[in-house]
Design a protein around this ligand. Structure first.
Ligand code: HEC
Length: 141
């Protein structure tokens, strides 16, 4: 008798946890609203961008609604990897991983996302854990 009661209680206690595991679709890791780069990194990114990208792109091309539509919900890695493997157009991959990460930080800043305590990492594995999330009220809509 006692044994049956215990099973019932345990069953009740664990089922909500199970239900949560199944329905919780939030991926592990962080999103860009949590402050995933440092202010210093974005500042350096601005310099790297000016030196290597401005000749062909105005930075404002990577902000606002158009940018949000393409990148919201994807990972920082997706964006990082695209830029690193294709840009600068005339010499893809010529910058260091740090410099590409700094450019990402700069572009996140231009999209109105906050800086934080820790720099944006530059390893693929870590960048895959950060989801781009841009709140609807980003600047330059
Ligand atoms: C020599 C000119 C040139 C330079 C320098 C250059 N780009 Fe580009 N970039 C292009 C062209 C042309 C395209 C569009 C065609 C393509 O996708 O290859 C492009 C496309 C892109 C895209 C693809 C998405 C989109 O909105 O079209 C991104 C992101 C990008 N560039 C970022 C950068 C960054 C960051 C730098 C600096 C590290 C950079 N580019 C330097 C010419 C350049």
């Amino acid at each position: 008798m006692r044994f049956i009661a215990l099973v019932v209680v345990t069953g009740l206690a664990t089922s909500p946890v199970l239900a949560q595991d199944v329905t919780d679709s939030t991926p592990p890791g962080r999103t860009t609203v949590a402050g995933v780069y440092t202010a210093e990194q974005a500042e350096n990114g601005a310099k790297v961008y000016r030196k290597n990208c401005t000749a062909c792109h105005a930075p404002v091309g990577y902000t606002g609604l158009a940018f949000r539509r393409v990148w919201n919900g994807r990972t920082v890695f997706d964006f990082y990897d695209l830029v690193r493997s294709t840009m600068p157009n005339d010499e893809p991959g010529k910058l260091s991983r740090e410099e590409y990460a700094d450019i990402m930080a700069y572009l996140l800043k231009l999209n109105g996302l906050p800086s934080g305590e820790k720099p944006l990492p530059n390893s693929d594995e870590e960048l895959k854990l950060i989801t781009i999330s841009i709140p609807p009220k980003a600047p330059n809509p």
